[in-house]
Design a binder for this molecule. Sequence first.
Ligand code: F3S
Length: 91
Amino acid sequence: MGCELLRRPLKLLPFSNHGTDGNQAVKVQIDSGRCQGHGRCYDLVPGLFGDDDEGYGKVLGDGAVPPGQERQARLAVANCPERAIDLLEEV
Ligand code: F3S
């Protein structure tokens, strides 16, 4: 099922978009080229983000946001000073 999701096209959501209601498949991803290891993502939302051995952020699992946690994902997006976190919605 997770592999099926990855094959479908995804679109990038602006973090200010509040159009989803938690019923659509949403994923987070971190751009490792932009992440500077500020750690706000895993401090604020430890259920979705963790850190690697050098303190850089990483998504947990495949980055799928469980139902009801989209708001927390957006919180992490909004608080990353490097804008390194993207929120993707299945289309
Ligand atoms: Fe990196 Fe931003 Fe998190 S810089 S550690 S993705 S808050």
